[in-house]
Design a protein around this ligand. Sequence first.
Ligand code: SAJ
Length: 417
Amino acid sequence: MQQFKHICVIGLGYIGLPTAATFAAHGVKVTGVDVNQHAVDLINQGKVHIVEPDLDALVKDVVEKGMLSAQTTPVAADAYIVAVPTPFKDNHEPDLKYIEAAAKAIAPHLTKGNLVILESTSPVGATEQMAAWLSEARPDLSFPQQVGEQADILIAHCPERVLPGKVLQELISNDRIIGGMTQRCSTASSDLYKTFVKGSCVETNARTAEMCKLTENSFRDVNIAFANELSIICDKLDINVWELIQLANRHPRVNILQPGPGVGGHCIAVDPWFIVSKTPEQARLIRTAREVNDSKPEWVIDQVKIKIAEFLQANPEKTIKEVTVACYGLAFKPDIDDLRESPALEITKKLAEQGLNILAIEPNIYELPAKLLSNVKLISLEEHEVADIHLILVDHKEFKQVNLDSLKYILDTKGII
Ligand code: SAJ
């Protein structure tokens, strides 16, 4: 079994930092690398720049023990883990510029026997591309794409699959897909992850590992799209979609997910496009699911307009400028403070742009993001009754604890009432 005493984790975001801290807590010395100087400084003080349960205490502990330190450039190490973002460009084509930059930063430090693992969610072929960038920069070393098992440098794709909000638990308990470019690459990667992974380390090749991660998130996206489409159909047919799904799910082989205001976050709304961009002709269902989920916020906004019209008809003394809409939740999913790619935030912003008075109720944040206009005011849940229209966008636990049933003009996109 290969021993890894010192590793370098490139990218200290939502995945890289928890991974770095977990290795450090299990006896591996970790140098964390990030281009964000502010994040590096905070980590070196034992603090964190992202919100994830228990991460702050873990980082503090491993930094104090001298097992984790951060800097802006890589160093020589036994293994490198690349956990940088893989966004898409305007045309939904994956953008590998951060992987390229990471490969170029690692390359000068590589020595024979090193392992380089790509953890970032990536389109099929990205690991081979990373290997090509590394070999271009280091013609003195051999790589798996050139000499197979004899390579000086071992390369694998081991996608992260942890759920935001449960990252520290799932890092340890989930099975890990290990996609080595050769068997030796897979064996070395399994050895590394077995430092802390309690689930199985399941070995395959790099391309299958890439596709596996994309498949998992596309599976969820397609299933959420089904639920979202059902909710629109049910609205037309005057059927309660929540009751319908509950009833259908009583069938032993049916398990429909929940509709909502759209799909947010930086994974499920992004990763399916990596399949579509490689195989546009074939990935018809996957593309349609993305389109269904992406169009849901507009449908919600149309529903709000209908509710406002009803309200104004019943309250002719009011003008549209005087109508107040309370938006319950801004985060991209329940019980977190993460507003990135959030359909709830997008809907709130678009309603505000139409000149409506918006009251945002988001128990997980203390100030509104700058991109919301001044006609949006953050209020506490206790003050909710001042609003005319009530729009539930996120099923935060706090919202389930108050009685909203008696409110007259209410739109519940999450089925909490
Ligand atoms: N959503 C629904 N209905 C549902 C479930 C979710 O509308 O029934 C919405 C949520 O509100 C949210 C979005 O989907 O806006 C995504 O939330 P999520 O909880 O399904 O997933 P993420 O994005 O937080 O994390 C996913 C996970 N993937 C799968 O469950 C297959 C996680 O395991 C991955 O590691 C993560 O993506 C990632 O990093 O790729």
